[in-house]
Design a protein around this ligand. Structure first.
Ligand SMILES: C[S@@+](CC[C@H](N)C(=O)[O-])C[C@H]1O[C@@H](n2cnc3c(N)ncnc32)[C@H](O)[C@@H]1O
Length: 390
């Protein structure tokens, strides 16, 4: 398990790793029930600023442990799943460490590449057997990624991807006019002309855009690019904040073609946001303590005031409820629940159990009608048809 103690001074990486650990743990296990071979690809593997000698605070360490646990669990049910990791690291010093890890994981086939990831995408894709399911993790240090060069990987069938979008740098770069910067950003977000969208929104508003407005435009533009280039049905972001301010530092985009992935993503996002709130509260306490020179030490994080994710979560649920009602047609038309809930999870940071409860409550208030609800049923099922009263 990842431990906050390994992340002093880089708490944002802790949040990223909490997400990665939960997500890989859930989805590698589930996917291995169907596929006999799972491949994890880490394009920018590190180790990078690792404080743990067993690499438990690195993305590849987290992934290899998740592969190992899933393999062991399935083995106990007499199911043998082949687990492979392809790890790429360009920096010679980091690679020297990376290249030594295979003996730690004798049950997993590890291949390391001392290369520029972008340059070897075609080779990596060719190295993945067509029958395997692949998880791609792309976590560069900067933002200069020509997205179309990743297309062979992003568009591979039986795959999904988590991409770290370095929002703070990208947002800054989006206001720059140096031709090199402009060209770099156009390669990262090649379709949809995000610059024209920013300019149009500004003209429409008749004022400078707020940071939130700019963020919405940039994140939507990247979402659409991942969707289009990788042919993904669902692309959803989770924002990681700077530890001591409310500014978004980067944004993890998750892309999948399967509803189960979307469902797992929202569960893991909730855990990661809880971890974020806790680390931010703890850090603020520490900073205030040092800044004021007080001798008194806070013992409870609750002294910080309400959990900062609680408000966000309540707002997301409210917005989800409104969307449920908007998406459900009036009788005699209907929509099935399995069509509705993924649409809601794509748009708002809520979990499937939240949408279940929202629907059950709306049914109780007669704002929704379920045609197939079973007598003692408590939550909706995928094949239920639903409508609003005429
Ligand atoms: C942000 S760190 C990765 C951290 C790691 N994913 C984690 O979460 O533990 C980025 C890593 O990518 C490496 N790197 C930078 N450019 C690269 C490239 N073009 N190809 C492969 N590795 C690269 C850096 O040396 C660094 O170790």
């Amino acid at each position: 398990m990842v431990s906050l103690a390994d992340y002093a001074g880089r708490e944002q990486s802790y949040v990223k790793h909490v997400f990665l650990e939960r997500y890989l743990e859930a989805l590698i296990f589930k996917t291995a029930s169907v596929y006999d071979h799972i491949v994890y690809v880490d394009g920018f593997a590190g180790p990078w600023q690792s404080a743990n000698e067993r690499f438990e605070d690195t993305s590849f360490g987290i992934a290899l442990n998740a592969l190992r646990r899933a393999k062991e669990t399935w083995k106990n049910s007499n199911r043998n799943v082949r687990m492979t990791a392809f790890l790429v690291e360009q920096h010679p010093k980091a690679y020297a460490q990376l290249s030594t890890i295979q003996p730690r994981y004798p049950d997993i086939e590890v291949t390391t590449y001392p290369d520029d990831f972008i340059g070897i995408v075609p080779r990596i894709v060719a190295d993945i057997p067509p029958s395997a399911f692949a998880f791609f993790f792309i976590d560069p240090k900067g933002w200069r990624i020509p997205l179309l060069k990743l297309q062979p990987m992003l568009a591979r069938p039986k795959s999904e991807v988590t991409f770290n979008f370095m929002f703070e740098f990208i947002n800054r770069a989006a206001s720059m006019i140096a031709s090199d910067t402009v060209a770099g950003l156009d390669e990262l977000i090649p379709y949809g002309n995000f610059r024209a969208r920013l300019a149009e929104a500004e003209t429409g508003a008749g004022r400078q855009l707020t940071p939130e407005d700019r963020k919405d435009i940039l994140l939507s533009a990247f979402t659409e690019n991942l969707q289009q280039i990788g042919d993904y049905h669902y692309v959803v972001p989770t924002e990681i904040l700077r530890p001591l301010t409310n500014r978004t530092l980067y944004c993890l985009f998750y892309a999948t073609r399967h509803e189960i992935g979307l469902q797992a993503f929202r569960e893991c996002q909730t855990k990661a946001l809880d971890a974020q709130a806790e680390t931010r509260a703890a850090l603020k306490v520490r900073h205030e303590y040092y800044d004021s020179g007080q001798k008194e030490m806070f013992t409870s994080l609750h002294d910080m005031g309400p959990n900062e994710t609680a408000t966000l979560r309540a707002n997301a649920k409210k917005a989800a409820e409104a969307l449920v009602l908007r998406l459900t047609p009036k009788a005699p038309e209907h929509i099935t629940y399995k069509k509705l809930w993924p649409a809601v999870l794509t748009k708002h940071a809520v979990r499937l159990p939240d949408v279940n409860s929202i629907c059950a409550a709306l049914k109780k208030k007669n704002e929704l009608v379920f045609l197939d609800w079973e007598p003692r049923g408590r939550v909706p099922k995928d094949d239920y048809r639903m409508q609003r009263p005429a």
